[in-house]
Design a protein around this ligand. Structure first.
Ligand code: ZN
Length: 98
């Protein structure tokens, strides 16, 4: 029995049991060890092996600003001072304490 490495498992799409190669996989409980990580328990229906798949947040996407209807997608770098000023002039910060 040749167990596939974690790297191979991920590279091959994580669709097969790393022990027996079966695609009869069942997703179990999900845990959230931090705001940037998800742990998904997987069980193989063929050989009974079970393991955790570890997910790490790597980005956000499809950002829409408040209730403005403005869709900006993903901001992949910090805005320059000029860009920030332009943004602030269009969308002034709300005074949430008032
Ligand atoms: Zn298996």
């Amino acid at each position: 029995m040749k167990i596939k490495s974690s790297e191979t498992y991920v590279a091959q799409g994580a669709a097969y049991c790393p022990v027996c190669g079966s695609d009869d996989l069942r997703a179990g409980d999900t845990e959230y060890p931090s705001t940037r990580e998800i742990v998904q328990q997987i069980t193989c229906g063929s050989c009974g092996s079970h393991w955790n798949e570890l997910y790490k947040l790597h980005s956000y996407a499809d950002l829409e600003v408040g209730d403005t209807g403005v869709f900006v997608g993903a901001v992949t770098r910090n805005l320059t001072e000029e860009e920030q000023k332009a943004f602030d002039s269009i969308f002034p910060e709300r005074d949430d304490e008032g």
